[in-house]
Write a protein that binds this ligand. Structure first.
Ligand code: SAH
Ligand code: SF4
Ligand code: F3S
Length: 439
């Protein structure tokens, strides 16, 4: 009987995409996927260490796996950012783990697993900067929307952030190979492509001969068969006017951007080493909305960064009111050694952080709700890319503005672009009726 694998993923979209590669590589080794970890022969965790919470979740999941191993042969591997950071320590701390592989070792998974028989435990966490995925491995959980990693790592060293330490320096992939991958995916029937990197706006800056990110958007965006393009994540300091203009020039580029601001106080932005001011940020928002009035803008917020006074915090609140984001992701600051802010004095107490987080949500919730309500009655293009998680509905998909929409529809419409009239706005999704099939 074929052996089965189960992968548990934490963290960002880059990790989700890395898990797609892990799954594809395991399939290539003859394993088949299972949704039940109890019947898996191999369990992989793809971990995140950007905040305390995902780290704690991974440890508690791993803790529970110990008991499973008592009853049957089971291989447990830990990859991703926590694995990169902890390395051998994970094997020492949790002896039921068989192997640890870092953020640059994913493509070597088959080789690493085969080493287990010869060596017992394995820990591989070198930064190899191998950017090209192995040939013939098709990493996609969804047949219609696919990710492409266009660069590794980050050079920004925001003082709160551990990512540059666990993902390494910024290295861009060659644009020709990105374009080849995109064409391959489109030939397989993919309709939407999402370009991924920690800071995609600085794509190509590390290679003198390489094109800019705006040019990459034009080239990928104009590929025949492509219907939709998105990218993730942008850093406000590197968001150029040239790139902003692509929202108007490139028809496939969806009207949506995630532009993390982190906070509204210039004093704190400086301590975070973000290298833009509140005014710079607001200017970029203004330019985006001028070029593309219907653009949906989302952001990340950190509350309780060391030294954040009530006055600083009020500026975050006023920024939220001023910008009116479509949605936000807000987090309490947590120390992530070896990030620099670990050494900053004036740490903010847990209680105040919790209060500030609640205040941020209180201000944003009605804005998000109003923005969703605006969609009711509108006719929007939706790519039906999955079965609906709401039982009574049939299929689900996303609008160009990246809202999840559930519709009653036959399974035969899966993978189609349709026009939907929005009937109802719920807190995290919309509901609507199909008006016509677009392709
Ligand atoms: N590369 C992206 C995402 C980085 S991590 C970017 O530059 O925006 C995703 C989010 O986690 C960040 O935007 C930030 O809001 C949050 N984050 C990172 N480190 C954190 C920390 N130490 N404490 C709390 N939130 C943090
Ligand atoms: Fe972290 Fe800043 Fe890099 Fe984003 S840009 S990954 S927040 S260091
Ligand atoms: Fe987490 Fe690593 Fe992404 S730390 S947010 S999984 S880059």
């Amino acid at each position: 009987m074929a052996k089965k694998f189960f992968i548990k993923t934490y963290g960002c979209q880059m990790n989700v995409h890395d898990s797609e590669y892990m799954a594809a590589l395991l399939k290539g080794m003859g394993y088949i996927p299972t949704t039940s970890k109890e019947e898996a022969d191999i369990i992989l965790l793809n971990t995140c260490t950007v905040r305390k919470k995902p780290e704690q979740k991974a440890y508690s999941f791993l803790g529970r796996l110990k008991y499973q191993k008592r009853h049957r042969p089971l291989i447990i591997g830990v990859g991703g950012c926590l694995a990169q950071q902890q390395g051998e320590l994970l094997l020492k701390r949790m002896p039921h783990i068989d192997f640890v592989f870092g953020t640059h070792q994913i493509y070597r998974l088959p080789e690493i697993i085969s080493k287990l028989n010869k060596k017992g435990k394995v820990c591989e966490t070198n930064f190899s900067y191998q950017l090209e995925p192995p040939k013939g491995v098709i990493p996609t959980f969804n047949k219609f929307r696919a990710y492409i990693t266009i660069m590794q790592g980050c050079n920004n060293f925001c003082t709160y952030c551990i990512v540059p330490y666990v993902r390494g320096r910024e290295v861009s992939r060659r644009s020709e190979s990105i374009l080849e991958e995109a064409k391959r995916l489109l030939d397989m029937g993919v309709k939407e492509i999402i370009l991924l990197g920690q800071n995609v706006n600085s794509y190509g800056k590390d290679r003198r001969e390489e094109i800019s990110f705006a040019e990459l958007i034009r080239r990928v965006g104009n590929l025949p068969k492509l219907r939709r393009l998105r990218f993730l994540t942008s850093h406000p300091k590197d968001l150029t006017l040239d790139l902003i203009k692509t929202f108007k020039e490139v028809g496939t580029l969806c009207e949506q951007i995630h532009l993390p601001v982190q906070c509204g106080s210039n004093r704190i932005l400086k301590k975070m080493n973000r290298r833009y001011s509140r005014e710079d940020y607001l200017k970029k928002i203004e330019m985006l909305r001028k070029v593309c009035p219907e653009i949906a803008i989302t952001t990340d917020i950190i509350v309780g960064f060391p030294g954040e006074t009530e006055k600083d915090f009020k500026q975050t609140i006023s920024l939220l009111q001023e910008v009116s984001f479509d949605d936000i992701f807000a987090f309490k600051y947590s120390d992530r050694p070896p990030a620099k802010a670990v050494g900053f004095k004036e740490k903010i107490g847990e209680e105040i952080k919790a209060e500030r987080l609640a205040a941020v949500h209180e201000v944003q919730a009605p804005i998000t709700k109003a923005k969703n309500r605006e969609k009711v009655g509108q006719r929007l293009e939706v790519l039906l890319d999955d079965y609906s998680k709401r039982g009574e509905m049939g299929l689900s998909g996303r609008t160009r503005c990246n809202r999840v929409v559930n519709v009653r529809a036959e399974a035969s419409l899966l993978g189609h672009l349709v026009e939907v009239e929005i009937d109802e706005a719920l807190s995290h999704s919309l509901r609507g009726r199909i008006i016509k099939v677009l392709d």
